[in-house]
Design a protein around this ligand. Structure first.
Ligand code: HPA
Length: 270
C-alpha cells in the first residue's frame, strides 16, 4: 500500500513546481471554492496512478494546486466515498498523498443533514468531534508504520487551535458558526427517521456520508485537521419534506459566500 501512495505522489511531484502546505477537501456543492485558488495547476484523478474517479454528481474529481492569500494549497474537488464501493484505503489515498507532498494542515468540508434543533439549512457548523456509525475504518489492515501508529489517539481529532482560527475568521466576517458533532453513516441511502432519533440520542448534531475516513487518515499521519459542515437540510423525519441530492447541492451553493470568506481569511492567518 505504501508503494501505491509513493507512486501517486511521485507522479504528482513531476507535474507541479511548488509543494502545498495546506489541503482542502471540498464537499457536495462546495467545489466552487476552487475559483479562489490562484496560479492553478489541476490534475484529473483519472490521470493519477491508483486514483479512482469519483462517481458522484456534484463532485468533480480533480486535484487543484495553487495559492490562496499567498499560501500554497491543494484542493480535492471531488472526494471518494466509502458508499461508492471503493476499498477504504483507496478512499483515503488522496489524503495520504497530500501528507507525502508536505501538507501539514487540512480543512475538510461537507454537506450535512442537521439533527440538532438549532441547526437550519444554510448554517455553517464547526465540526468538534465525530461518531463513526459506519462500522468501517480506513486504518483496518496492516498498519503503515511509515505514516503513523497502530492505535492512534482520537481525543483531539479536530484540532482545537485550528477550529478556533476558523471561528475567529467567521467572527471577523460577521458569519456566525455553530459547533457540533458529526455522525458518519455509510449511505448511500439517507437515514430513516428512527435512525435520526437514534443519532440524536447518541450525541450527533449533524449527519453525513463522508469526512470521517479522511479525518482518521489525516490524524493518523499527523496532519492537523479542522472541519466545516454546511447544513443543507433538516435530517430525515424532522420536517415533512423528503431529501434529495439536488436540494443538498443547491443549499450548499447558497452558503458559498460565507464559506469562502471564512476559509480564505483562515488560510491567510496560518
Ligand atoms: N444525511 C446524510 N448525508 C447528507 C445529508 C443527510 O441528511 N445531507 C447532506 N448529506
Amino acid at each position: 500500500m505504501f508503494k501505491k501512495i509513493e507512486t501517486a505522489t511521485d507522479f504528482i511531484k513531476s507535474k507541479i513546481k511548488e509543494m502545498p502546505e495546506v489541503g482542502i477537501v471540498l464537499g457536495s456543492g462546495l467545489g466552487i471554492f476552487v475559483d479562489q485558488i490562484e496560479n492553478q495547476t489541476s490534475i484529473n484523478y483519472s490521470d493519477i496512478p491508483h486514483f479512482h474517479k469519483t462517481t458522484v454528481e456534484g463532485h468533480e474529481g480533480k486535484l487543484i494546486f495553487g495559492t490562496v492569500k499567498g499560501k500554497k494549497v491543494v484542493a480535492l474537488s471531488g472526494r471518494l466515498h466509502a458508499y461508492e464501493g471503493y476499498p477504504m484505503e483507496d478512499v483515503v489515498l488522496p489524503i495520504r498523498v497530500m501528507a507525502l507532498l508536505g501538507v501539514k494542515t487540512l480543512f475538510v468540508t461537507n454537506a450535512s443533514g442537521g439533527i440538532n434543533r438549532d441547526f437550519h439549512p444554510g448554517d455553517l457548523v464547526l465540526i468538534t468531534d465525530h461518531i463513526n456509525m459506519s462500522g468501517r475504518n480506513p486504518l483496518v489492515g496492516p498498519n503503515l508504520n511509515e505514516l503513523g501508529p497502530r492505535f492512534p489517539d482520537m481525543s483531539e481529532a479536530y484540532n482545537k487551535e485550528l477550529t478556533k482560527l476558523l471561528e475567529d475568521s467567521a467572527h471577523k466576517n460577521s458569519v456566525h458558526m455553530k459547533r457540533g458533532v458529526y455522525a458518519w453513516m455509510l449511505g448511500p441511502t439517507y437515514e430513516t427517521p428512527a435512525e435520526i432519533r437514534m443519532l440524536e440520542r447518541l450525541g450527533g448534531d449533524m449527519v453525513g456520508m463522508s469526512t470521517v475516513p479522511e479525518v482518521i487518515a489525516a490524524h493518523h499521519v499527523g496532519i492537523r485537521v479542522a472541519g466545516v459542515a454546511c447544513i443543507t437540510n433538516y435530517a430525515a423525519g424532522l420536517k415533512p419534506e423528503k431529501l434529495n441530492h439536488a436540494d443538498v447541492k443547491d443549499v450548499a451553493r447558497r452558503s458559498m459566500k460565507n464559506f469562502i470568506s471564512v476559509l480564505t481569511e483562515t488560510i491567510a492567518q496560518l
